[in-house]
Write a protein that binds this ligand. Structure first.
Ligand code: NDP
Length: 462
C-alpha cells in the first residue's frame, strides 16, 4: 500500500502525458491525470491533426485545376470555411473521446482541471482547490505559442491557436516566421484562396533544413503566388483605419492585411506550475531540465515532451513516455533515442527528411557523396503544373552509409517515414542501389541515382 493517493500523477493530457498515464495504469498503477483544456494536447486539439486536415482542404483547389488535364470538367467550386471548421471540430472531438476512453479503459482517473505543484509529492487541482499526493509525478504540459510580447501590437495578432477557430477566413494574411508552422500555414491559407505573405528574418525559410529543400520550396511557393519577404521582421502592428491591420517592418515596408499570424516558435508551458515550490529546475527559457531518463533534479519528478524543449515533435514525446515506463516501471533504464528522426513539413509541395542536411553532414564527415535528382513528376505532365520534385541522398564516402535523405514533392512525408527505417538499419548507398525500382513511381528515383552529382571534401564542394 502506497502512502500516497496515486502511484503516478500526470500533469498534462497531451501525447506524452496520456501515453505515460495510460500505460502505467495498464500495468496496474494507480494513475491520476489532470488536463486544464482538452485531452489530446497540442497535437490533436490545435496542432498536427487539425493542421493536416486543413492541408487536405487547401489542396482541393489545385486538384480541381489539375483535373482538366486528365479530361475532367469540374463545375464551379466554392469553399465554405465554416463547414471545414465544423467538420474538423467533429473529428477532433472524436479523437479526444478516444484519448479519454483509452485512459478510462485502463483504469486511469481523468481529472478535468489545471494542476499545480505544491511540493515534490503534492499537486493542487485548481478547479476545486483540493490537493492530492503521488509517489511519482510526470510533468507533460507541452508548449505555448511564443506571443512575441516585445512586438508593439502583438495582441492584435493571432497564433496557430486562433487560426483553427477563425470566425471568417481572412482575405489576406501576413505570417511571421520561417519555421514549420509559418510555412505550413502560408500554404494552407494560400490554398484556401487567401492572399498570403510570409515574412522571415533569415536569408532563407526553414533554417534547419537542407538548402535544396529550402530553396526548392521557396521557389514553388512563390510560383504559386505566395509572397515571401526575407531578412526582415515586423516591428510594429496597429489597426488600419479602413479595417484590418497594418504591419511596419524593419526594412521600411508597410503591409496592410486582414490578419497577422505570429509563428515564432513555441515556449515550454511552465508558467505558474509551481515548479519552484517543488524544487524543479528550469533553464533560462523555462524548460524543465531533465537527465537522459527524463528525470528532473527532484528524484520522483519526471518531465517529458515539449515542456523539456528537447525535440518538439509528437512522436518524440510518445517515445519519451515509453522510455519513462521502461525505466520506472519495468526496471529497464531506457533513454530516448533522438538519432535519425524522420520529419515532414506539410507544405505544398511537402518536405520529407531524415538524417543530416548536407551542411551538417559536411561538418561531421570528411568526404560526402551527394546524389541529387530534380525532375517533373509524372502527375504534373498532363496537369501542366510546373512543379518539380527534388530528391537528395547524402552519403558518407568512407562508410558508404546514407546519412541524410531529403525529398521535396508529393507524399515526401510518407516516403521519409519508410526511408527512416532504412537509415535506422544502417543502409548504405549500395543497399539503395541493390534495391529494385518500383515503376512508375516518384520514389524510384531514390534507388536509381547511380553516380554522385558532386562530392563534398572537408566542407568544400568538389
Ligand atoms: P520553429 O522553431 O520551426 O520556427 C520558428 C521560426 O520563428 C523560425 O523561423 C525562427 O527563426 C523564427 N523566430 C523565432 N523568434 C523570432 C523573433 N523574435 N523574430 C523573428 N523571427 C523569429 O517553430 P514553429 O513555431 O514553426 O513550430 C514550433 C515547433 O512545433 C517546431 O519546432 C516543430 O518541432 C513543431 N512542429 C512540427 C510540425 C511538423 O512536424 N510538421 C508542424 C508544426 C510544428 P530562425 O530560424 O532564424 O531561428
Amino acid at each position: 500500500m502506497t502512502a500516497y493517493d496515486y502511484d503516478l500523477f500526470v500533469i498534462g493530457g497531451g501525447s506524452g502525458g496520456v501515453r505515460a498515464g495510460r500505460v502505467a495504469a495498464s500495468l496496474g498503477k494507480k494513475v491520476g491525470i489532470a488536463e486544464e483544456y482538452r485531452f489530446g494536447g497540442t497535437c490533436v486539439i490545435r496542432g498536427c491533426v487539425p493542421k493536416k486536415l486543413f492541408v487536405y482542404a487547401s489542396q482541393y483547389h489545385e486538384h480541381f485545376e489539375d483535373a482538366a488535364g486528365f479530361g475532367w470538367t469540374v463545375g464551379t467550386s466554392t469553399f465554405d470555411w465554416k463547414a471545414l471548421i465544423a467538420a474538423k471540430d467533429k473529428e477532433i472531438a472524436r479523437l479526444e473521446g478516444l484519448y479519454r476512453r483509452g485512459l478510462e479503459n485502463n483504469g486511469a482517473e481523468i481529472i478535468d482541471s489545471r494542476a499545480e505543484m505544491v511540493d515534490a509529492h503534492t499537486v493542487r487541482l485548481t478547479k476545486t482547490g483540493k490537493t492530492v499526493t503521488a509517489d511519482k509525478i510526470v510533468i507533460a504540459t507541452g508548449g505555448v505559442a511564443n506571443p512575441h510580447a516585445a512586438l508593439p501590437g502583438h495582441e492584435l495578432c493571432i497564433t496557430s491557436n486562433e487560426a483553427f477557430h477563425l470566425e471568417e477566413l481572412p482575405k489576406s494574411i501576413l505570417i511571421a516566421g520561417g519555421g514549420y508552422i509559418a510555412v505550413e500555414f502560408a500554404n494552407i491559407f494560400h490554398g484556401l484562396g487567401v492572399d498570403t505573405t510570409l515574412i522571415y528574418r533569415g536569408k532563407e525559410i526553414l533554417s534547419r533544413f537542407d538548402h535544396d529543400m529550402r530553396q526548392g520550396l521557396h521557389k514553388a511557393m512563390v510560383e504559386k503566388g505566395i509572397k515571401i519577404i526575407l531578412t526582415d521582421v515586423i516591428e510594429h502592428v496597429a489597426k488600419a483605419p479602413a479595417g484590418g491591420l497594418t504591419a511596419k517592418t524593419k526594412c521600411g515596408e508597410t503591409i496592410t492585411v486582414d490578419t497577422i499570424m505570429l509563428a515564432l516558435g513555441r515556449d515550454p508551458n511552465t508558467h505558474g506550475l509551481g515548479l519552484d515550490a517543488a524544487g524543479v529546475a528550469m533553464d533560462e527559457r523555462g524548460a524543465i531540465i531533465v537527465d537522459e531518463y527524463s528525470r528532473t533534479n527532484v528524484e520522483n519528478i519526471y518531465a517529458l515532451g515539449d515542456v523539456t524543449d528537447r525535440v518538439q515533435l509528437t512522436p518524440v514525446a510518445i517515445h519519451e513516455a515509453m522510455c519513462f515506463i521502461q525505466t520506472v516501471y519495468k526496471d529497464n533504464p531506457t533513454s530516448p533515442d533522438y538519432d535519425l528522426i524522420p520529419t515532414a513539413v506539410f507544405s505544398q509541395p511537402e518536405i520529407g527528411t531524415v538524417g543530416l542536411a548536407e551542411e551538417e553532414a559536411a561538418k561531421r564527415h570528411a568526404e560526402l557523396e551527394v546524389y541529387r535528382a530534380e525532375f517533373r513528376p509524372m502527375r504534373a505532365t498532363l496537369s501542366g503544373r510546373s512543379e518539380r520534385m527534388i530528391m537528395k541522398l547524402i552519403v558518407d564516402a568512407e562508410s558508404r552509409k546514407v546519412v541524410g535523405a531529403h525529398i521535396l514533392g508529393h507524399e515526401a512525408g510518407e516516403m521519409a517515414q519508410i526511408i527512416g527505417i532504412c537509415l535506422k538499419a544502417g543502409a548504405t548507398k549500395d543497399d539503395f542501389d541493390r534495391t529494385m525500382a518500383l515503376h512508375p513511381s516518384a520514389a524510384e528515383e531514390l534507388v536509381t541515382m547511380y553516380s554522385p552529382s558532386y562530392r563534398v571534401k572537408n566542407g568544400e564542394r568538389v
